[in-house]
Design a protein around this ligand. Structure first.
Ligand SMILES: O=C(O)[C@H](O)CO
Length: 367
């Protein structure tokens, strides 16, 4: 089923060309009204401009998100909404938009900012952008993992500030991937892509946990399904790749950290909300785990006086606040973004695929 949907996404641009030809003559009054909540890449805007099917208004900034008050005003009466992860799409927003709203597309892989129940209740179709940043996030995760385990931020700091007195036998030695067990919390495309990249580092074993075993994905990377507890206990490196849902909110908390080895490295490139940050701080400060590399936090960015910034063993892109930009670069070059904007706005495909598990089990089957 997943494959079929991907094929549908892939053919979307063709139907748009046909759409352009047949629709350029349309009167403005018959055009669908779309509000775009962020300055999106030119490829996406071009599709909207040339479609001949929509008139759109854009919040023309990438630096400052549209305010909630402005958004509530702007969505009134729109047929389509293209948003990013900074907009909370909830009952209030959907009520403000009113009954014309037929389709919503988010330029993100994550969908935790969408109230799916409310969207479903109103029969609004939803699009998102799976696939576009699988490689980017996998690369970023590997970068964070090596940076954290090899203590690069700390080492740079020591070198710059004169802390490097002389060569010392075990100073800043870090932790080795060779012969290690790498755990993946939430095995999907990104988890597989991470494991594929880490395997050449001579990892001994990949383990994962998820709501249920995912044998097809696991087979590709020879990963073993384990319980959440075993994941905590066995992982030398734990990469968090799950979506943020009510079930995964703060799933990485003191209970998890207390079961981890004190030599373990914790990496989160999913959403900040899956981690209880106070518990993480305690675990890092007490040496309960060896280090953490975070691309995501709550809030983003973290206030510069946040306790996590005081720790030597916590870093990665939260120190640089650059993770998102790395990912975005890939967005701009992605054909899939074009497809997504196109198919979500201009065709009536229902793009929800992975979102399905949040819906009732019954509908889950049909996705
Ligand atoms: O969900 C996403 O698409 C990413 O987190 C964006 O940075």
């Amino acid at each position: 089923m997943a494959l079929r949907r991907l094929q549908k996404i892939a053919v979307a641009p063709l139907s748009i060309k046909e759409g352009i030809a047949s629709n350029v003559q349309r009167e403005m009054s018959t055009l669908q009204r779309v509000y775009v909540t962020r300055q999106i890449p030119p490829e996406g805007l071009k599709i909207l401009k040339e479609s001949g099917q929509v008139q759109f208004e854009l919040w023309d900034s990438d630096d400052v998100p549209v305010s909630r008050a402005e958004l509530l005003k702007k969505v009134k009466g729109v047929d389509g909404l293209l948003c990013v992860l900074t907009e909370k799409i909830d009952a209030e927003l959907l009520d403000a938009a009113g009954p014309n709203l037929k389709v919503l597309s988010t330029m993100s892989v994550g969908f935790d900012h969408l109230s799916l129940d409310e969207l479903k209740k109103r029969g609004i179709r939803v699009g998102y952008t799976p696939e576009v940043l699988t490689d980017a996030v996998a690369e970023l995760t590997v970068a964070l993992l090596l940076t954290t385990s090899r203590r690069l931020v700390e080492a740079t700091h020591e070198a710059k500030t004169g802390g490097w007195g002389t060569w010392r036998t075990l100073w800043l030695c870090g932790h080795e991937l060779a012969n290690s067990t790498v755990g993946i919390l939430g095995l999907g495309r990104i988890g597989v892509a991470i494991a594929e990249r880490l395997a050449p580092f001579k990892v001994k074993k990949f383990i994962y946990t998820d709501v249920a075993p995912r044998p097809e994905l696991a087979k590709a990377i020879n990963a073993e399904y384990v319980s959440f507890d075993e994941l905590a206990k066995q992982s030398d490196f734990l990469a968090v790749c799950c979506a943020l849902t009510p079930e995964t909110k703060e799933i990485c908390n003191k209970e998890l950290f207390s079961k981890m080895k004190n030599t373990s490295i914790f990496i989160n490139t999913s959403r900040g909300g899956v981690v209880n940050q106070e518990d993480l701080y305690e675990a890092l400060a007490a040496g309960q785990i060896a280090g953490a590399g975070l691309d995501v936090t709550v809030p983003e960015p973290l206030p510069t006086n946040h306790p996590l910034f005081t720790l030597k063993n916590c870093g990665g892109s939260i120190l640089l606040q650059k993770g998102k930009h790395v990912i975005r670069t890939f967005f701009f070059h992605s054909a899939s973004l074009k497809d997504n904007v196109a198919s979500a706005m201009l065709s009536d495909e229902l793009l929800i695929r992975e979102v399905a598990f949040i819906y009732s089990k019954q509908e889950d089957q049909s996705m």
